[in-house]
Design a protein around this ligand. Structure first.
Ligand SMILES: [Zn+2]
Length: 470
């Protein structure tokens, strides 16, 4: 079976056909960095981490870009409230830098790898100006008193990403009246700066870019043409992605992207995470409650709901997923015993296991199905009392889990407390290997085995996973 992905543009599951054989180019809208990251940010990053891992698993090379919005009304607002200095531009840059760092740290703690390209909006102002100029030249944009607006009437496919009529779009964004716009749906490509706000020089005077133009400029300056997948949260479909699509198609004259992938959002006990409800949940909250397994259990929670669906995070769900995790741990404990007693995995004993995982993933990354296949395997092999079947199932779940889901399934509490140390050693060893310092690399591997009873496994895509040695 070939990989099928739901495309928001066509509203269909489509067979994935890369523009270049054996490669996928993927751009995902990253965070606007003005506050502490929460589990909504983690879900977004994790969804595309799993997608990226799975592509690699099926031997498709991935070129993955995720941007950072580091200039925005919310950042400026935060800079005003936090700022000690009178230089708002410097203060806003400080705010963005601070929260970008926190975001990166959380992703790292959650085991998510770096993207191949991570542009910040403020580094791409010249590219945005070039794109805006070309839109003006082609009659898709107009200048009014230092602002530049995109004219939605100039693009007949406007609405193709969100599948909405103009009246529905208007209702959704509830715009403030703006006499400068020819059509109320027109949106700002460039905004004239207000007194003291961060600003850059442009042909239209001092100002700053609109949010949507960032992603168009950054994705096209990196991929230099149509790319395969554009991703982000469902909340970005309109207006952000609708507008990105319009700008890029009109500015470049070619298709923007082949497929759009949107993930569902997280609610907390049925409510949207928001300042007014004070219901943000952060990775820190989760690790405070369970330093050992909080992160892995959260991954189970994410995987248990299809990426495209909303996920309601409740105490009952956390409790349920904790039980799921416990079952995995007990199963691996038994398998370890069986291995100690001499049983070895034999793929012949349980044929088609990996194939079943892959078929589920090929169906629009159906991770809940993979989890349920894993449960079925654990249940059946445990009930069979056949130790070879048990260690074989453990072997398959462990490998697929670490390679595609970044989960270390068979860890014990004893080893888990050394997790930061183990992961640090892996990073050091990778650096040593990169510098061809194989002596240090071997020493690090030997040390983990000697001191922590942990074995390393190098994956073909240069990542390294670990497991408890028997
Ligand atoms: Zn974007």
């Amino acid at each position: 079976m070939a990989l099928k992905i739901y495309n928001s543009l066509t509203k269909r599951k489509e067979e994935f056909k890369p523009l270049k054989e054996g490669e996928v180019r993927m751009y995902v809208c990253g965070p606007t960095v003005y506050d502490e990251p929460h589990i909504g940010h983690l879900r977004s990053a994790y969804v595309f981490e799993v997608v990226r891992n799975y592509f690699r698993h099926i031997k498709v090379k991935v070129d993955f870009a995720r941007n950072v919005t580091d200039v925005d009304d919310k950042i400026i607002e935060k800079a005003r409230s936090e700022g000690g200095s009178s230089d708002l531009k410097a203060e806003a840059a400080k705010v963005a830098q601070k929260y970008f760092k926190l975001y990166k740290m959380d992703l790292k703690r959650f085991g998510i790898q770096e993207p191949d390209f991570e542009p910040r909006a403020t580094d791409y102002i010249p590219q945005m100006i070039t794109l805006i100029s070309s839109l003006i030249e082609k009659g898709h944009a107009y200048v009014v008193e230092g602002d530049v607006y995109f004219s939605v009437d100039s693009f007949e496919n406007y609405g193709e990403v969100s599948h909405q009529r103009p009246d529905q779009m208007l209702e959704e964004i509830r715009l403030e009246p703006n006499a400068k716009k020819k059509n109320p749906l027109d949106f700002a490509l460039w905004k004239q700066c207000k007194e003291g706000e961060p600003a850059w020089d442009s042909p239209w005077g001092k100002g700053r870019p609109g949010w949507h133009i960032e992603c168009s400029a950054m994705s096209s300056s990196y991929f230099k043409g149509t790319f395969d997948i554009h991703g982000g949260g469902r909340d970005l479909i309109f207006p952000h992605h609708e507008n990105e699509n319009a700008q890029s198609r009109c500015g470049t004259g070619h298709a923007f992207v082949n497929g759009w992938m949107h993930h569902g959002l997280i609610t907390i006990d049925g409510k949207k995470m928001s300042k007014s409800f004070k219901n943000f949940i952060t990775l820190n909250d989760i690790l405070k409650a369970d330093a050992h397994f909080g992160a892995e259990i959260l991954k189970i929670t994410f995987l248990g709901t299809h990426y495209s669906m909303p996920l309601d995070y409740t105490p009952e769900r956390v409790q349920m997923d904790r039980q799921v995790w416990k079952r995995f741990m007990e199963f691996f404990e038994n398998a370890r015993q069986a291995e100690k007693n001499g049983s070895r995995p034999s793929a012949k004993r349980l044929p088609g296991m990996y194939q079943a995982f892959r078929e589920a993933m090929d169906n629009d990354f159906n991770t809940p199905e993979v989890l349920s296949l894993m449960h079925g395997l654990m249940h059946n092999t445990y009930k069979s009392g056949d130790p070879v079947a048990q260690v074989t199932a453990a072997w398959a779940i462990r490998n697929f889990g670490s390679e595609v889901f970044n989960i270390v399934f068979d860890q014990s509490i004893a080893v888990n407390q050394f997790k930061p140390e183990i992961e640090e050693a892996i990073v050091q060893r990778q650096a040593a290997r990169k510098n061809k310092d194989f002596k240090t690399a071997d020493e690090l591997r030997a040390r983990l085995l000697r001191d922590r009873n942990v074995e390393l496994r190098d994956l073909p895509d240069d990542r390294t996973t670990w497991r408890v040695k028997l």
